[in-house]
Design a protein around this ligand. Structure first.
Ligand code: 5RP
Length: 240
């Protein structure tokens, strides 16, 4: 199976399994992620709503991409602040850029890390869906960790990240001159370390820097992870 086929397989398998296990249920409050693996999961959820397998799901989205998908597929969208949501979700499902054996993740390859973390750290259950290329032994030294920053603080933030051992690259737009501007009006520094890092500690250290809005290390709310394999199987990892 190629990478795209794996993304669709893992998205469909995760949604179907979570419904069977009662973790996705009628009337629930669900967080919906961003990216090319999250989108087929949103579509599968919409198909179940259409069929009536489940009813009356309230979604909180993590990006304009996901908001548009929900509008197209008829899933009602709320904010974390709406009274009916009350700042707490039952389950959130999303893709990831890398996942390590401790279920630590890098997210934000699609620049949606801030809203993803807001949603996924305020959810009772967090579920990551990924193709086989995302499963790694060590994070921080392969895929660059996205850090969302206030543009006006770029130089001091780069210096502070350098002091934490990171090499930083400002993410540039595609078909747009200059930096990527996130859904929240900020910029992204993609950061790489030469040597393995203490991932939970680094998540905290980066956020102490003035001018950093959020970083793409996700270590605090351990996800259930579904990973598709090239042979067409799907592995489920539960963190205890
Ligand atoms: C967006 C994300 C995505 O979940 C992550 O980049 C994985 O994307 P994809 O499923 O397209 O490979 O964090 O900010």
């Amino acid at each position: 199976m190629n990478q795209n086929e794996q993304k669709i397989l893992v998205a469909n398998t995760a949604i179907d399994t979570l419904i069977k296990e009662g973790k996705i249920f009628s009337g629930m409050k669900i967080g919906l992620g961003t990216g090319s693996t999250a989108m087929p999961a949103v579509k599968r959820l919409a198909e179940h709503l259409e069929k009536g397998t489940i009813k009356d799901v309230k979604a909180v989205v993590t990006s304009f991409q996901t908001a548009n998908a929900c509008q197209e597929w008829g899933i009602p969208v709320y904010s974390l602040n709406d009274k009916i949501i009350d700042g707490q979700l039952d389950l959130a499902i999303d893709g990831a850029d890398e996942v390590d054996p401790n279920c630590n993740c890098i997210k934000g390859g699609g620049a949606a890390l801030l809203q993803e973390k807001m949603v996924e750290y305020n959810s009772k259950i967090f579920v990551v869906i990924a193709d086989s290329s995302k499963s790694v032994q060590t994070i921080g030294t392969g895929f660059r960790v996205p850090v969302e920053i206030i543009g006006a603080a770029r130089i001091p933030v780069v210096k502070a990240l350098n002091a934490l051992g990171a090499d930083c690259v400002l993410r540039e737009g595609v078909k747009k001159c200059g930096p990527v501007i996130t859904d929240n009006g900020n910029q992204i520094l993609d950061c790489l370390w030469q040597n393995p890092i203490d991932v939970p500690k680094m998540e905290e250290e980066i956020n102490k820097i003035v001018g950093v809005v959020e970083n793409g290390l996700f270590t605090k709310n351990k996800p259930i992870v579904f990973i598709a394999k090239e042979d067409g199987s799907v592995e489920q990892r539960n963190w205890h």
